[in-house]
Write a protein that binds this ligand. Structure first.
Ligand code: IDP
Ligand code: MG
Length: 133
């Protein structure tokens, strides 16, 4: 089985609450290798582009405002079945619906402020990795 790569983000809400150490610890304990990572501040333009698929939805503008409200950490993760496994580790978009023990259940506070991002398909993983690294 060949290793797969995915793109994870620790979002500004989790950074504000100093949860980045706990989240990285959970990611490593779940068997992912961190190939590289960096902390950065997204510009409005970059955030709009990153979430372009959601343009036109009512949550798009507040999402861009949230994602540019403070720094994020981008992580390039590697593991067999990384994309699906990281989506499962993350849990559902709404932390209230996320499975017990998942990152969003443990660290998220609302559907917008849900602590982490993860690529949802091989095509998007490739695009998102290139976007950050
Ligand atoms: P995902 O992050 O679980 O893949 P998406 O539907 O791709 O979820 O939405 C991207 C991000 O937009 C979410 O992680 C969340 O921060 C925000 N978002 C999605 N839906 C809503 C909503 O209904 N209200 C507020 N924010 C939302
Ligand atoms: Mg998504």
């Amino acid at each position: 089985m060949t290793a797969e790569q995915t793109l994870a983000l620790i979002k500004p809400d989790a950074m504000e609450k100093k949860l980045q150490g706990k989240i990285i610890d959970d990611i490593l304990n779940a068997g992912f290798t961190i190939k590289t990572m960096k902390m950065l501040q997204l510009s409005k333009e970059k955030a709009r582009k990153f979430y372009a698929v959601h343009q036109g939805k009512e949550f798009y503008a507040p999402l861009v405002a949230f994602m540019t409200s403070g720094p994020v950490i981008a992580l390039l993760l590697e593991k067999v079945n990384a994309i699906e496994d990281y989506r499962n580790l993350m849990g559902k978009t709404d932390p209230a619906e996320a499975v017990k023990g998942s990152l969003r259940e443990k660290y998220g506070e609302s559907t917008r402020r849900n602590a982490v991002h993860g690529s949802d398909s091989p095509e998007n993983a490739k695009k998102e990795i290139a976007f950050f690294f």
